[in-house]
Write a protein that binds this ligand. Structure first.
Ligand SMILES: Nc1ncnc2c1ncn2[C@@H]1O[C@H](COP(=O)(O)OP(=O)(O)OP(=O)(O)O)[C@@H](O)[C@H]1O
Length: 411
């Protein structure tokens, strides 16, 4: 493994106006290891992952991924370097099926050629998703949705995955599943930068850890040492140990400066579990609004444009779902259908959601391949008016066909 492989963050700072959320944060992670970032509410954990992923502007510091500087790259370009983010709240598209969600992760150029291979790899890693590949995502359990979110990030062929509180809102049993999932993902050679409030479980699967307090890294150690450090136990694990100095003066700082997490951690385990359960992500019928840029690293318009270009290219070559020998997952009709539903999903996220069951979704008719005229609803930004475009297939004397735009209007 090259000494440049993986992610190196050096002196990263982030400000929200006058407020400094991250102050000179430095860390590193290589493929094949799990590194956990522990910190209380508001310590800056989400800001750290979002700023590394290019979703929150940085005000200082440098970052390198596999030897490539990230400073000037946009979020979707950062995905191309092999870094993928699973945001807090998962960000899956509730009205799309499991497989459609997974396929959206293959938008990165680096992943397109390996789409089918990656899909098979994810299905072998998460067999439960195979059974549920046609199931509408919002009808799945929180743990299964987390698998979809991790699987979708893995579809971009990353070497480092960043997971923001994957156990948030899950029951203890489902949380254990998620941590097992992380271990299984590490076995495939990926590195995982894990932000967690569940210190005990995350340290028990991690190789190394950093403690983040008020936007600063205050300690770094092996996961085993952190787990056994009395100061860490007191601050993050609800233990009674006093500061021993074993985890450095900075962990003593963590111990002497109780945070919100400390207060929760000092309660009996069952109460703590109950408190964790209260921080539940809205149930399966009330998913949080999906931020498309956060999930795909690009806007809806860019994603649609990219998909349309691929679709037109496929149609120009005479490939339609009816004559394609490709697998069902790569059928262009399925892609168009998926994009329409992705847009509906974004629109629905703005309205009070209505329950939709797996059975109604399962009976949704399959996409019909376009023949004489192609009618499609091009998706636009979440809040803007959809546009209806009408295309006609024109066949020349040599039998070559291409699509011509014949009408375009707002609907
Ligand atoms: N968009 C924003 N605008 C202004 N301040 C923000 C914004 N996002 C986060 N902050 C502030 O920055 C600090 C770090 O927030 P961040 O969400 O990164 O913390 P966190 O450790 O992930 O917390 P939690 O565990 O509660 O999610 C907090 O003080 C928070 O209030």
């Amino acid at each position: 493994m090259s000494e440049h492989s993986g992610l190196i963050v050096n002196g990263l700072s982030v400000h929200y106006g006058q407020h400094q959320a991250l102050n000179q944060v430095s860390l590193n992670i290589k493929p094949g290891e799990i590194v956990v970032i522990l910190g209380a509410n508001g310590a800056g954990k989400s800001t750290l992952l979002r700023s590394i992923g290019g979703l929150t502007p940085r005000t200082g510091g440098s970052l390198q991924m596999n030897g490539h500087p990230l400073a000037t790259l946009k979020a979707h370009q950062i995905v191309e370097t092999g870094l993928a983010l699973v945001p807090e709240g998962r960000g899956i598209f509730g009205d799309l099926t499991v497989e459609e969600n997974l396929l959206l992760g293959a938008y990165a150029k680096r992943a397109r050629a390996d789409q089918q291979q990656n899909l098979e790899r994810i299905y072998s890693l998460f067999p439960r998703l195979v059974e549920r590949r046609r199931q509408i995502a919002r009808t799945m359990s929180g743990g299964e949705q987390q698998m979809v979110a991790i699987g979708r990030a893995m579809m971009s062929s990353p070497s480092i995955l960043m997971l923001d509180e994957p156990s948030l809102g899950l029951s203890p049993l489902l949380s254990s599943d998620v941590f097992k999932t992380c271990k299984a993902v590490r076995e495939t050679g990926l590195g995982i930068l894990l932000v967690e409030q569940n210190a005990k479980q995350s340290l028990s699967i991690a190789d190394r850890g950093y403690l983040l307090e008020n936007g600063q890294i205050v300690a770094e150690n092996s996961a085993r040492n952190l787990l056994n450090d009395p100061a860490v136990q007191k601050a993050y694990l609800g233990g009674s140990g006093a500061s021993s100095g074993a985890a450095s003066a900075s962990s003593a700082k963590a111990a002497t400066k109780p945070s919100k997490a400390t207060a929760a951690a000092e309660k009996p385990a069952t109460v703590r579990e109950a408190l964790a359960a209260e921080r539940t992500i809205p149930d399966r019928y009330e998913m949080p609004r999906v931020n498309v840029t956060q999930v795909l690293g690009m806007s809806v318009n860019d994603a649609i444009r990219s998909a349309e270009a691929r679709q037109r290219a496929a149609w120009a070559q005479g490939v339609t779902p009816s004559n394609s020998s490709a697998s069902p997952t790569s059928g262009t009709g399925a892609l168009a259908d998926m994009l329409r539903r992705m847009e509906q999903s974004a629109a629905q996220a703005q309205r009070p959601s209505t329950p939709r069951t797996a059975s109604t979704a399962a009976h949704k008719p399959a996409a019909t391949p376009p023949k004489e005229a192609e009618v499609k609803q091009a998706a636009t930004e979440i809040s803007s008016t959809p546009v209806l475009e009408v295309y006609r297939r024109v066949v020349d004397d040599h039998g070559r066909s291409e699509l011509a735009l014949v009408d375009k209007r707002k609907v």
